[in-house]
Write a protein that binds this ligand. Structure first.
Ligand code: NAP
Ligand code: F7E
Length: 343
């Protein structure tokens, strides 16, 4: 077991859950930055502490915010981590059209704040930085599939634009001051911990609730968009491997398999013995002003240099998300039954 310290921004998110789990298994002490909210936003980390009671004391949370450079700087200075994983972001592409400036402040300026704090720390102690870059930077332009590290960027949303800025800041700090900083260009990755408004989780939550008689319709946007969906638990392993390399570099992480939103719908509803056409309604509010039509990654560089490969297939991903959300829907149905009997 190593005795290393990591700092994770975005520890309360989907990837924060899986990365914290992985680092705890490897013996790390994990510090995480959390935002103050009027309702508690730590359910994933609280669940992880219950799942790993012997390691719970090695998770230490601090209040902070990526846009608050002073608190970030102080935390990086005090914790002096060996590795920083910058996962924090306004991560919803559709929402970034409504909040472009805020998305820029968190996803681009926030990443710059992390890099500046790391640069200062690196003067007295070596630190390695992972930046959560994204396939959204490619924009899914016609003729670019599959996308690799050599594919030109053409972002199609404020989210994608801000992530391109953060990508180049990361490269710049690597080249200008020798900071060990890597971009992981991750394609879509999902799990039972996925946020409820991303398309995969929206579908598995709705379909399982429909199966339990708790919901009757599902409103969707563009069903023709195609994505390369992997499992988040596999992808955090690649983040860690990037920071264990002798030299910092940028890597595409993907499965290389592409499916449409409609295919995901069919897979989920079929698994539940339902016909999706009876329940799905198309709603213009879920369309985007500019859509990313096709994303499919070529991750040969990561496979060769990091020895990384995805372990979970599309079908296995659908199965594990449906099984998880079916348990939730059954609990909700049973609670509703109990409540109606008690009045
Ligand atoms: P997520 O579930 O939406 O989690 C985002 C995290 O960032 C949450 O912990 C959130 O905290 C935190 N955060 C947001 N704004 C913040 C701020 N101003 N200061 C500090 N923390 C802030 O996202 P994810 O799916 O785990 O993705 C992790 C990272 O990878 C993100 O940077 C995302 O853009 C990027 N990425 C994701 C994918 C994917 O398919 N999942 C693919 C490529 C890249 P709260 O809990 O308080 O909201
Ligand atoms: O949309 C279409 C939508 O919101 C996928 C983030 O993690 O991955 C994610 O971004 C597709 C799009 O993810 C609905 O138009 C149809 O084409 O699940 P999503 P995303 O936009 O690909 C990248 C790699 C990131 O970096 C991001 O952080 O599905 N779609 N109907 C819909 N999407 C949503 N959300 N809701 C719908 O009803």
């Amino acid at each position: 077991m190593v005795q290393r310290t990591a700092l994770i921004t975005g520890i309360t998110g989907q990837d924060g859950y899986y990365l914290t789990r992985l680092l705890l298994e490897k013996g790390y002490t994990v510090h995480g930055i959390v935002r103050r909210a009027s309702t508690m936003n730590r359910t994933r980390i609280d669940q992880l502490k219950l799942e790993m009671p012997d390691a719970a004391a090695r998770v230490i949370l601090h209040y902070g915010d990526l846009t608050d450079a002073a608190s970030l700087h102080r935390l990086v200075d005090e914790i002096a981590p060996d590795e920083i994983y910058n996962l924090a972001a306004q991560s919803h592409v559709r929402v970034s059209f409504d909040t472009p400036l805020y998305t820029q402040q968190v996803n681009a300026d926030g990443a710059l704040n992390v890099l500046e704090s790391a640069r200062v720390l690196n003067n007295r102690k070596p630190v390695r930085v992972y930046q959560a870059s994204t396939s959204e930077m490619f924009g899914g332009m016609p003729g670019t599939v599959p996308q690799s590290e050599a594919t030109p960027f053409h972002p199609r949303s404020p989210y994608g634009c801000a992530k391109v800025a953060a990508f180049y800041y990361t490269v710049h700090y690597r080249e200008s001051c020798g900071l060990f900083a890597c971009n992981g260009i991750l394609f879509n990755h999902e799990s039972p911990m996925r946020g409820e408004t991303f398309v995969t989780r929206k579908i598995t939550l709705a379909a399982t609730r429909i199966k339990m008689g708790l919901q009757s319709t599902l409103r969707m946007g563009n069903l023709k968009a195609e994505r390369d969906w992997g499992f988040a638990g596999d992808y955090v392993e690649a983040m860690w491997r990037m920071l264990q390399q002798p030299q910092p570099d940028d890597f595409v992480i993907s499965t290389g398999q592409m499916h449409s939103v409609e295919e995901f719908l069919v897979a989920v509803f079929t698994r539940l013995e339902l016909d999706w056409r009876e329940y799905v309604q198309i709603d213009p509010q879920y369309f985007r002003a500019t859509e990313v039509e096709q994303l499919c990654g070529d991750s040969r560089k990561a496979r060769e240099l990091l020895g990384w490969q995805p372990r979970t297939s599309f079908t296995q991903l659908v199965d594990l998300m449906v099984a998880h959300d079916l348990r939730l829907a059954k609990q909700e149905r049973d609670l509703a039954g109990l409540a109606s009997r008690s009045v």
